[in-house]
Design a protein around this ligand. Structure first.
Ligand code: SF4
Length: 205
């Protein structure tokens, strides 16, 4: 049986693939290391979702509970074009090192199970790190289980995030919605105009 250290990006991505890994006779030990999740309260929400998941499915998980904003900003070239690549590398490298240090047979990441991520890039980086660190990269593709995972997460009432993780992805997700925030002012302006008109009409009559 392979003793696998599985990097977990969020509870939602773990739900259905975990069963498949177990069917393949792989012993899964989770590893929550995500310095890319911002801001702090969002990080805590995703961490809490993992703990809630654990209550319904007793998987062992090691947590890095420290909020990693500064680590992320130091390691990721967020102004360049390879932000996600750096981010994958940071998390996979840390996972591989931890797996090696703790004596696991191999490492993998739930990032590979998501349709939202650059699957081929994660695979490429995983293989490179495997050679550098000297530990097996257990490549798995469970993207076809995304819908199933979503259903399980809903049933378990797990928190489901609406953006990838970093402050930049949050901006990209919501930037086009900001204009709605100002509509309240327009409403107020219209109301003031209408009231002035009414007052003028009253004064004229
Ligand atoms: S969008 Fe996601 S993968 Fe890319 S840098 Fe941000 S958190 Fe990392």
């Amino acid at each position: 049986m392979t003793n696998l250290l599985l990097h977990i990006c969020c509870a939602g991505c773990l739900c259905a693939p975990l069963e498949e890994l177990r069917k393949d006779k792989i012993h899964v030990h989770g590893y929550f290391y995500n310095p890319n999740i911002h801001p702090l309260l969002e990080f805590r929400k995703r961490l809490k979702a993992m703990r809630i998941f654990q209550e319904s499915d007793p998987i062992e998980i090691d947590y890095c509970e420290e909020y990693g904003l500064m680590e992320y900003l130091k390691e990721v070239d967020y102004e360049g074009n390879n932000r996600c690549e750096d981010c994958y590398r940071l998390r996979l490298r840390n996972t591989a090192n931890y797996a090696k240090e703790k004596g696991f047979d191999a490492f993998c990441s739930t990032l590979l199970f998501s349709k939202q991520q650059d699957h081929e890039k994660i695979k490429e980086i995983g293989e490179q790190i495997s050679e550098q660190v000297g530990i097996t990269f257990e490549y798995k593709d469970y993207r076809h289980l995304c819908e199933c995972s979503r259903e399980i997460a809903k049933k378990k009432m797990l928190y489901r995030q609406s953006y990838c993780g970093c402050i930049f992805s949050e901006y990209e997700r919501y930037k086009d919605t900001t204009r709605n925030l100002y509509e309240g002012w327009k409403l107020k302006e219209n109301m003031t105009k209408n009231n002035s008109l009414k007052e003028e009409q009253i004064n004229c009559s």
